[in-house]
Design a protein around this ligand. Structure first.
Ligand code: ZN
Length: 331
């Protein structure tokens, strides 16, 4: 019996050793392949959320951090690259290639952007806005971002609506084809600064530089200069008001799409509040916003709303002046 107990304790000791020994190298391997030295405990959530859309960053379930929510998850499945800046560059290059190849294909019907243009250009001449009927301006900030922007434009083409895209100038060159499509299909491109700096933190010269560089980037891509400005985060002070020499467009419905990233909440935030003359704030970077737009566009159209650009809305509701601040154009 005593011998049996000795054997039992030896076996238990061996079992304990074999259970723990492999654990040590495994955990050190796991550390080597971890995404980055952990900067946050957040998973499936925002960091820097208080800094707002375009600045706040998303952490996926694996701890990958990205500026564009949804991007890290897609990429971590495709590649295990650890540098987020490399990933950003790779993604941009891939999208440029896609856009280039669709340009090269020319008559190829699979080039959805080109076929989209061909379909909508004739309809352009037939566009009529009835000033007596309700109208709403849907606005999408922080793009261009072709995967979502093209989805929105496809739906608008189907229902004869137009939207305003307040774009970030530093992104313009990477999405030239998408920007050209916006212009070709009668959408409005607005100025959302060159690199989404909060203008209330800058001096006058810096503010003007942010606006002018965005304008130059959009002009280089499309041959058109944005006429309207949307301030990143809506942040303004006296210096901003003195140095932005264009109408500044705020909003009357804030969908908080960037924060909830919830298609249904985004849809409801519009449909439960919408009224004639509203300016709706959404963000182009999020697939959930694209999905919401696919529901909002037909429903608003069916409810009798004309989907117009901000400049069109302003034109029928008293107009805008340089340096003016507008959040809606109610009758
Ligand atoms: Zn923004």
């Amino acid at each position: 019996m005593k011998r049996f107990l000795q054997w039992t304790s030896i076996l238990m000791a061996v079992a304990l050793v074999t259970a723990f020994v492999p654990a040590a190298p495994f955990s050190s391997m796991a550390d080597e392949t971890a995404p980055a030295p952990d900067r946050t405990d957040v998973r499936n959530g925002w960091i820097d959320e208080n800094l707002g859309p375009g600045v706040a960053r998303w952490v996926d379930k694996n701890g990958n951090i990205s500026d564009q929510p949804g991007k890290a998850e897609e990429e971590s499945e495709a590649t295990k690259e650890s540098s987020s800046s490399q990933e950003t560059q790779e993604q941009t290059t891939q999208e440029q290639k896609t856009e280039e190849s669709s340009q090269e294909s020319g008559t190829n019907e699979t080039a959805s952007e080109e076929s989209g243009q061909a379909e909508t250009q004739p309809a352009e001449t037939g566009r009529q806005i009835d000033p007596n009927k309700p109208m709403v301006a849907l606005t999408f900030d922080d793009g261009p971002y072709a995967p979502v922007g093209n989805q929105i434009m496809d739906s608008l083409a189907q229902y004869g609506g137009k939207a305003t895209f307040f774009v970030v100038g530093s992104r313009a060159a990477a999405y030239e084809t998408e920007l050209k499509r916006m212009v070709a299909e009668g959408h409005e491109i607005g100025n959302h600064t060159f690199d989404h700096k909060y203008l209330n933190k800058l001096n006058g010269a810096q503010i003007q530089s942010e606006i002018n560089r965005c304008s130059d980037a959009v002009f280089a891509a499309t041959g058109v200069r944005p006429q309207l400005v949307r301030l990143p985060g809506g942040n303004k002070n006296q210096t901003v008001l003195q140095n932005v020499k264009a109408p500044m467009i705020m909003w009357s419905i804030d969908t908080l799409d960037w924060k909830t990233r919830n298609t249904n909440k985004t849809i409801q935030s519009v449909l439960t509040k919408v009224r004639d003359g509203d300016i709706v704030l959404m963000h182009e970077l999020y697939p959930q916003t694209g999905a919401a737009a696919l529901d909002i566009i037909p429903k608003l159209t069916a409810a009798g709303y004309q989907l117009v650009t901000v400049s069109e809305l302003a034109q029928y509701r008293g107009g805008v002046v340089p340096g003016g601040v507008y959040s809606q154009f109610y009758r």
